[in-house]
Design a protein around this ligand. Structure first.
Ligand code: ADP
Length: 497
C-alpha cells in the first residue's frame, strides 16, 4: 500500500488503522489489481495527485462476488443483535474519525470542509439508524381460513448485492446502501465512483476495524472505462441478486437493461430537476436563504438541487434582487480554506455542461443577473450564477445542470406553477414557499416528486424515505423503507392435519 500521500495532517495510527487506503478490498484482504494497473485520484481544487488506486476489472469483480457469496450464509446466520453491534461499532469509529474522513472527502471531492464533516456525521447517523432497524425485522402471522393450516411471512435478506455509488456524496451514498444491506443480512460488492474511491475505502477500513467478517463488504475500484466492465461483471452474474445504483439516468437505464437478463432486484437513485416554487404570500427572506441552500450547496452538484426557480410574477423582481445580493456574498475557493462556501466543480466535463446551459439560455433570451463564467481562480471553480427570464425552450429548463446556476422563471397562477413543475421527466424533489396552509396542501398533493420540502431548503434525514417517481428512480433509501430493497418476503404454510 502506497502511503506517500499528501495527508500530512492525518494523524498516523498504528498499522491496520490508517484511513487512507490505496488498495481494493476483497475477501478481507487489501489487494491490488490483477495486472498491477492503477489510476489517479486528483484533487479537484488544484488537480494535484492525491493517490493512485487499483484499476480493477472483471476478474477482480468476480472474485469479490465469490467472496460475498461465501460470506452470505455466515453473515445472515449472525443473530441480528450481533450484526447490530458491529454496525454500531462502525458508526462509533466513523464519528471518532470524522475530522480525518472529512479532510479525505474534501481532498478528493472538493466540497467545503464543514459540509464534508456534515456528510460524514450523516453517514454515521445512517449506520446507527440501521444498526437499530436491523434488530426489528420481525415476521408476521397470517389469518388463514382453513383451520387445518397455519401461515406466516418471514423477511429474508435478498443475498449478494451490488452497490455502485457517485462522487457527489462519496460517504453518505455508500452508507445509505451498505448499512441497510448489512443490517438485513446481505453481503455486498461496492464499486465507488472513480473520482472519489478513497472515502469509500476509508469507510471499508473502519468497517473492518469494527469487526465486520471477511467478504461481507468488498470494494472494487476502477477508472471511468473500467466502470463498464465492472458493471457488466456485476450484472451478468446470477449470484448477484440485487443492484443498488445512484448516478445518472443514462447509466441507471443501462444497468436496468443489464439486470433484466438475471431478473435482479433494483434500487435506482437517478437524476432530478427540482422545482423551487415561491408564491406571492411567501416569506421572501426565508425563501432566498433556502434558495441559496437548495441551489448552491455542494456547488449545485446534488440530485435534489433546485433546477427551476418558479417565482410568482408579483414578487419576481424583489426575489431576484435579493438572491443576486445574497449570492454575491458567497465565498468561492478550495474546500479546505475556512469560510469557503462553494468548492470547485468535480471536473472539466462538469464545467462544460454548466457553460453550455448558460450559453444556450442566454442565446435564447435569458438575462445574466449574476456570475456566468469560470471563476477568477480558474480551474473548475465557477461563479455562482443567476439567470433571469428563463423559458421552457431552454435546455436548463429540462436538463439537470449539476452546477451553481439558478434559473428564474415567472408564473401567475397556482395551476400554472404546478403544470411547469410537473413538466419534467424527473420527479425527485420539489420545494415550495407559501404561508397559506390550504395552498400548501393543494400544491403538495399535486407535485409529482418523491419529496416535497415546504418552507425549507433541506430535508434529508435518515428517518425518511428518499427516492424518486417517474424517471428519477425506483425504490427508497432511508428509514424503514430503506431496508425493503434488501429483503424478500417468504410465505410459509404449515398443515397441522
Ligand atoms: P456521473 O455522470 O454523475 O459521474 P455516472 O452515472 O456516470 O454519474 O456515475 C455514477 C457511478 O456509476 C460511478 O461509480 C461510475 O463509475 C459508475 N458507472 C458509470 N458507467 C457505468 C456502467 N456502464 N456500468 C456500471 N457503472 C457505471
Amino acid at each position: 500500500m502506497d502511503m506517500r500521500l499528501p495527508f500530512s495532517t492525518l494523524p498516523h495510527r498504528p498499522s491496520g488503522q490508517e484511513l487512507v487506503r490505496t488498495a481494493g478490498f476483497i475477501d478481507g484482504e487489501w489487494v491490488g489489481a490483477d495486472r498491477g494497473a492503477r489510476f489517479e485520484v486528483r484533487n479537484p481544487a488544484d488537480r494535484t495527485l492525491v493517490a493512485e488506486v487499483p484499476n480493477m476489472g472483471a476478474s477482480e469483480t468476480r472474485r469479490a462476488i465469490q467472496a460475498a457469496v461465501a460470506a452470505f450464509p455466515r453473515w445472515r446466520a449472525v443473530p441480528p443483535a450481533q450484526r447490530s453491534a458491529v454496525l454500531r461499532r462502525w458508526h462509533e469509529l466513523i464519528v471518532e474519525r470524522a475530522d480525518d474522513l472529512a479532510l479525505l472527502l474534501t481532498t478528493e471531492q472538493g466540497k467545503p470542509l464543514p459540509d464534508a464533516r456534515a456528510e460524514i456525521l450523516q453517514t454515521a447517523t445512517f449506520v446507527e439508524w440501521y444498526a437499530e432497524e436491523g434488530k426489528r425485522l420481525g415476521s408476521s402471522t397470517l389469518p388463514v381460513a382453513d383451520p387445518t393450516r397455519r401461515g406466516w411471512v418471514v423477511r429474508e435478506p435478498v443475498g449478494v448485492c451490488a452497490a455502485i455509488t457517485p462522487w457527489n456524496y462519496p460517504a453518505s451514498s455508500v452508507a445509505k446502501k451498505l448499512a441497510p444491506a448489512l443490517a438485513a443480512g446481505c453481503t455486498v460488492v461496492l464499486k465507488p465512483a472513480e473520482q472519489t474511491p478513497l472515502t469509500a475505502l476509508a469507510l471499508a477500513a473502519l468497517a473492518e476495524l469494527a469487526g465486520l467478517p471477511s467478504g461481507v463488504i468488498n470494494v472494487v475500484t476502477g477508472d471511468g472505462s473500467a466502470a463498464t466492465e465492472i458493471g457488466r461483471a456485476l450484472t451478468d452474474d446470477p449470484a448477484v441478486r440485487m443492484m443498488s445504483f445512484t448516478g445518472s439516468g443514462e447509466v441507471g437505464r443501462e444497468l436496468m437493461r443489464q439486470c433484466a437478463a438475471t431478473v435482479k432486484n433494483l434500487s435506482l437513485e437517478l437524476g432530478g430537476h427540482a422545482p423551487f416554487i415561491v408564491f406571492d404570500d411567501a416569506d421572501l427572506d426565508l425563501a432566498v436563504e433556502c434558495a441559496v441552500k437548495a441551489k448552491f450547496r455542494n456547488s449545485g452538484q446534488m440530485c435534489v438541487a433546485a433546477n427551476r426557480f418558479l417565482i410568482h410574477a408579483d414578487i419576481y423582481d424583489g426575489f431576484a434582487a435579493r438572491l443576486v445580493e445574497r449570492v454575491g456574498q458567497l465565498e468561492v475557493g478550495p474546500g479546505v480554506v475556512p469560510g469557503v462556501q462553494l468548492g470547485p466543480l468535480i471536473d472539466e466535463l462538469a464545467v462544460a455542461k454548466v457553460a453550455r446551459h448558460i450559453d444556450d439560455a442566454v442565446a435564447l433570451g435569458a438575462r445574466l443577473l449574476a456570475g456566468g463564467k469560470v471563476h477568477a481562480r480558474g480551474g473548475t471553480f465557477f461563479e455562482p450564477t443567476i439567470l433571469g427570464d428563463v423559458t421552457d425552450a431552454m435546455a436548463i429548463a429540462h436538463e439537470e445542470t449539476f452546477g451553481p446556476v439558478a434559473p428564474l422563471m415567472r408564473f401567475r397562477t397556482e395551476q400554472e406553477a404546478i403544470a411547469i413543475a410537473n413538466a419534467s421527466e424527473y420527479g425527485l424533489a420539489s420545494y415550495l414557499f407559501s404561508r397559506d396552509i390550504s395552498r400548501i396542501l393543494r400544491v403538495t398533493e399535486a407535485l409529482e416528486t418523491g419529496a416535497v420540502a415546504v418552507n425549507t431548503g433541506s430535508f434529508t434525514t435518515e428517518a425518511a424515505p428518499f427516492g424518486g417517481v417517474k424517471q428519477s428512480g425506483l425504490g427508497r433509501e432511508g428509514g424503514t423503507w430503506g431496508l425493503d430493497s434488501f429483503l424478500s418476503v417468504k410465505h410459509v404454510t404449515l398443515g397441522i392435519g
